[in-house]
Design a protein around this ligand. Structure first.
Ligand SMILES: Cc1cc2nc3c(=O)[nH]c(=O)nc-3n(C[C@H](O)[C@H](O)[C@H](O)COP(=O)(O)OP(=O)(O)OC[C@H]3O[C@@H](n4cnc5c(N)ncnc54)[C@H](O)[C@@H]3O)c2cc1C
Length: 56
């Protein structure tokens, strides 16, 4: 059994975790660690600033 820890849950970490999930066996485990309680899609942040999207 492997326990894989992904540090950072931004674009890179989130994509890595989903890609790994397809490769591991059922007994393996993935933990994704982030310092934020919410996921931020960074490229969309300017859209919030100019009112094209709301924060949620
Ligand atoms: C305004 C803006 C617009 C952009 N537009 C585009 C675009 O249109 N197309 C494109 O391809 N790219 C775009 N980018 C670039 C893209 O967003 C970045 O290249 C990408 O987010 C980098 O991914 P990352 O996983 O390396 O970092 P991030 O997505 O920043 O993720 C890093 C993660 O690590 C976490 N973290 C940091 N320190 C700690 C810690 N000590 N402990 C735990 N967690 C921690 C953070 O909370 C964050 O969740 C844009 C960037 C910006 C700023």
């Amino acid at each position: 059994m492997a326990h894989i820890v992904v540090l950072g849950a931004g674009l890179g970490g989130s994509i890595m975790a989903y890609e790994l999930a397809d490769e591991i066996s059922k007994s393996d485990k993935i933990t994704v660690i982030s310092k934020d309680p919410k996921y931020h899609f960074v490229p969309s942040n300017p859209w919030v600033a100019v009112g094209w999207r709301d924060r949620k």
